[in-house]
Design a binder for this molecule. Structure first.
Ligand code: HEM
Length: 175
């Protein structure tokens, strides 16, 4: 999945690099775009039964965290509409790969935000700081490696990961 989504990750990384996350205006736009993608993707995961696949799902979901940050900064979340996909385990693993992986970028972005001169920005870090130090990425990867997936499942996981990146890309383009 990493190789199949590397170009999409790079493009997103470049787009996000244009935001100056130390300013309230840019940080609010970043959070709004992230929420526009995260909220419907987490809702779709729940619809697809993510809690039955990951017993620690309650610790992984970040919708409440990003809503709280947005409320602090006077932002709004307008969830994107998602492409129709079969809500099966391949969808769960492919989509969650992207959401859990985004924590790695979040750790970097958190350091940028921490350097903001605005205390309101510095405090609105529930989303970027969510799950820090708990090893959620590693536990996701180990569960992914134990998932018995057929070649067809793997194709579908990659498709779901690409779709999830596309939702973020579209949200950032609209921000
Ligand atoms: C400016 C924003 C971002 C930066 C600087 C960034 C940076 C990084 C870094 C440093 C890694 C670790 C690479 C490695 O260990 O090989 C990573 C991994 C990853 N990031 Fe990002 N990222 C950003 C945004 C995002 C977003 C918005 C998403 C998803 C919506 C995302 C999804 C992923 C995924 C899935 C991985 C795991 C790749 C793997 O399989 O190892 N990233 N990112």
């Amino acid at each position: 999945m990493k190789a199949a989504t590397a170009a999409a990750h790079h493009a997103l990384d470049e787009r996000l690099g244009q935001f100056d996350l130390t300013t309230t205006a840019h940080y609010r736009r970043f959070l709004q775009a992230s929420a526009a993608a995260l909220l419907p993707l987490e809702a779709a995961l729940e619809h697809a039964g993510v809690a039955a696949c990951f017993d620690d799902w309650a610790r992984r979901r970040r919708s409440p965290a990003i809503m709280a940050d947005l409320a602090d900064l006077g932002g709004v979340a307008i969830p994107m509409s998602l492409p129709v996909q079969r809500p099966d385990r391949a969808f769960v693993f492919g989509t969650l790969y992207v959401l859990e992986g985004s924590r790695l970028g979040a750790a970097y972005l958190l350091r940028v935000v921490a350097a903001s001169a605005d205390p309101k920005v510095r405090r609105a870090i529930r989303y970027l700081g969510h799950g820090a130090g708990v090893g959620l990425w590693h536990s996701f990867l180990s569960q992914l490696s134990r998932e018995p997936a057929t070649p067809d499942d793997e194709v579908r996981m990659i498709e779901s990961a690409r779709e999830a990146f596309a939702v973020f890309a579209q949200a950032v383009a609209c921000a």
